[in-house]
Design a protein around this ligand. Structure first.
Ligand code: GAR
Length: 198
């Protein structure tokens, strides 16, 4: 069975979507571990309730980024994953860690990449008066939010939208998007090449 490790930092609704899709057989895989960089991440509770192994790699407990990345890589490897999914994992990973998992590590990002890599994507889309916004799932490479895109979904930006209302509209689409992308990865329908994923 294909083994998936999911990395989270908080709520974990995207992780929940993957777990449920694996449980229902929609994705032919199993989530073997959920790792959070925050000990208080709400998603950890869901994982435990679903009898999924959890681990915490608290970034505040490490003297520097390399030490954090080293411990995180160790935890990931212990779970022997085929795929690593960053689902609301709000922490930049160093090149050395990424290199170890390149081609089997994917991330969901709340923007229509290459637009708005990094933080505050909803605010930035509104400030730019964009007509549409959305989310992307992409392979993780050393450059932040710049790896080949696997799947994207767009939503309209409506009159009177706030960052919160827009974030909620995007999130509602993220779950299906991530499940679709993970499914494509697991079935081998999509493979990493440095320039393009499809
Ligand atoms: C999601 O909107 C996800 O796209 C975003 O964090 C949220 C996590 O929600 N990720 C990033 O911003 C990564 N740069 P969730 O914890 O409920 O899945």
């Amino acid at each position: 069975m294909t083994r998936i490790v999911v990395l989270i930092s908080g709520r974990g609704s995207n992780m929940q979507a993957i777990v449920k899709a694996c449980q229902s057989g929609d994705i032919n895989a199993t989530v073997v571990s959920v790792i959070s960089n925050r000990p208080d991440a709400a998603g950890l509770t869901f994982a435990k309730e679903n009898h999924i192994h959890t681990a915490v790699c608290d970034h505040t407990e490490f003297a520097n980024r390399d030490d954090f990345d080293g411990e995180l890589a160790k935890l990931i490897k212990q779970a022997e994953p085929d795929w690593i999914v960053l689902a609301g994992f709000i922490r930049i990973l160093g090149a050395e860690l990424v290199q170890q998992f390149v081609g089997r590590m994917i991330n969901i990002h709340p923007s229509l990449l290459p637009k708005y890599p990094g933080l505050n994507t909803h605010e930035r889309a509104l400030a730019a008066h964009d007509d549409e916004h959305g989310a992307s799932v992409h392979f993780v490479t050393a450059e932040l939010d710049a790896g080949p895109v696997i799947e994207q979904v767009s939503v309209p930006i409506l009159e009177g939208d706030t960052p919160d209302s827009l974030a909620a509209r995007v999130l509602a689409k993220e779950h299906g998007l991530l499940v679709k992308a993970v499914k494509r990865c697991v079935t081998g329908d999509v493979q990493f090449t440095p320039s393009t994923a499809v």
